[in-house]
Design a binder for this molecule. Structure first.
Ligand code: PAF
Length: 287
């Protein structure tokens, strides 16, 4: 007979009824629940999301699902790192309560025909470069939120556009979950933590921190309300000189609407996406 899990053990749940039964049991005991959606290949950045979740909720569920619908045909879906055993060990160590591990058939059963798209916010930045990406994200996150029905869900600010898209979808669809952003964690040289950093060669890894340095330089230059165009041109040239190719975008945008800005007059963000070899890096900073 399999012994029931001890209170601190990580429960592994693979289907929606089991997830819902667990969340219902916690709620019946008066315990709040937070969800941290991930695609696995967990690193310290994800663990910081779990810790933020734990700080406000008694129970934390971490979902791990490499979502096929958010990858384009020429993107890295098949080579995306899948390291479940290591992920589960990290979740046990950090004290998460449950890992939700659905398979593709659970998330997209035969005949699946519904997509969540968020207009406007997805017309800029990563939207045009990755057609269909945000529809894939918004659809899978909406499903995860409705499957788990947590009180809160935590997402990293490193994927700033994703965070804003999710906030908007949840608001528009009245999904009863509070969406929280969490600050980006960085290596000591400034490189934002990302599961994709493991693709970088040693030389690319040495170049990668230039992205953050350029973002900071642009933020500094436009903070007082100066035209954004010269700072952006200089920043793009610096990225290209460092070896990024292509620089897909480097842009100053309104933090709420994500509209590109010629001058900063309120909360704004500098955002970039650029490739080093086969690896696409994104990052952003507040102005
Ligand atoms: O940021 C991610 O890891 C993914 O886009 C998410 C939010 C888990 C949806 O698949």
């Amino acid at each position: 007979m399999i012994p029931p899990p001890s209170p601190s053990a990580l429960r592994q749940l693979t289907d929606v009824p089991a997830l819902r039964a667990q969340v219902r049991a916690w709620r019946a005991a008066g315990e709040g629940v937070a969800l941290v959606p991930t695609m696995g290949a967990l690193h310290e950045g994800h663990l910081s999301l779990v810790r933020q979740a734990q700080a406000g909720s008694r129970r934390v569920v971490v979902s791990i699902f490499v979502n096929p619908t958010q990858f384009g045909p020429n993107e890295d879906f098949s080579r995306y790192p899948r390291v479940l055993e290591a992920d589960l060990a990290l979740l046990t160590e950090v004290g998460a309560d449950a890992a939700f591990l659905p398979d593709v058939a659970t998330m997209y059963p035969p005949g699946f025909a519904t997509t969540v798209t968020v207009a406007g916010l997805t017309d800029v930045l990563c939207g045009p470069v990755r057609p269909g990406h945000f529809a894939g994200v918004a659809t899978v996150v909406t499903k995860l939120l409705l499957q788990a029905l947590p009180d809160r869900a935590i997402f990293g600010e490193k994927d700033f556009q994703q965070l804003q898209v999710i906030r908007r979808a949840v608001r528009d669809l009245d999904v009863p979950v509070a969406i929280e952003g969490a600050p980006t964690l960085r290596e000591s040289d400034g490189l934002a933590l990302s599961s994709r950093n493991r693709y970088l060669s040693a030389e690319e890894r040495r170049t990668a921190p230039a992205l953050y340095a350029v973002l900071q330089g642009v933020a500094e230059a436009v903070r007082g309300g100066a035209d954004t165009a010269p700072a952006l041109a200089e920043g793009r040239a610096a990225l290209e000189a460092a070896g990024f190719a292509p620089v897909q975008y480097l842009s100053v945008n309104d933090a709420e609407s994500l509209a590109p800005l010629e001058r900063v007059a309120g909360p704004a963000r500098v955002l970039a996406a650029a490739c080093l070899g086969r690896t696409r890096l994104i990052d952003n900073v507040a102005v």
